[in-house]
Design a binder for this molecule. Sequence first.
Ligand SMILES: C[S@@+](CC[C@H](N)C(=O)[O-])C[C@H]1O[C@@H](n2cnc3c(N)ncnc32)[C@H](O)[C@@H]1O
Length: 257
Amino acid sequence: MPSWDPDVYERYRTYRDRPALDLMVQIPPHDFNEIWDLGCGTGEHAALLSARHPGARVHGLDSSSDMLAAARRRAADVDWVLGGVEDWAPDRAPDLLFSNAALQWLPDHPTLFPRLAGGLASGGVFACQMPMAFETEHHRILRETAEEGPWASLTASARVIRPTPSLDDYYGWLAPMCGEIDLWTTTYLHALEGDDPVLEWMRGTGLRPYLDVLTDPALREAFLAAVRTGLAQAFPARDDGVTLFPFPRMFIVASRR
Ligand SMILES: C[S@@+](CC[C@H](N)C(=O)[O-])C[C@H]1O[C@@H](n2cnc3c(N)ncnc32)[C@H](O)[C@@H]1O
């Protein structure tokens, strides 16, 4: 599990918020009592869920104490819980499970997704968004750079992003316990500004496992320089200085029978 830096993660907040909000508005109306945000990070969306559903008890679960420390600074009526989704066993059956950009870090989705959706109260909703990172050009560059240099033996353990299963796969895992299942993908075209914007974006998420294992400063800088070169070639800035950065994401909204 990579380390997380709330400040770096927050830098692209506007772009990272958009899919969470696109997911939230697709949650069907329901009288929610127990809401969990799994992998809540700095707590923005758990706080929003609390504001949207004032009668509900809202919990935000995250395995990073740094992210949760930032979440706890919010003035929000949310129960912040330090822990991993893999060990999570709520006292009461939730009727909304929300998870934005977190479950892709967990292995074994054929087991995990039925377990999460199967634990919902009857009529409850499972709403999840995951970046389809493995399939992107920037992750291909990161992987190939990591495999080729003097850092390769160290970064082997950092290649934790896996190929995204298909929409059909997720449908099949959820169909035994869910009635309505809505699955879709969206590719956002982010217009980024500044120097090396894709590298800076990746510092908040995809690069973290690699930077965690490259503790030697010189090796780390050499690796970053190689990634920077690859990304600059693949994502050149336009004449107006904007760098266009496509990012595909998968969405799931499923209702428990
Ligand atoms: C990309 S961030 C997303 C944070 C937040 N959901 C958002 O949209 O801003 C991923 C979050 O998932 C958390 N996370 C990763 N693996 C986890 C696990 N196994 N259990 C709980 N949280 C996890 C990380 O600590 C991090 O805060």
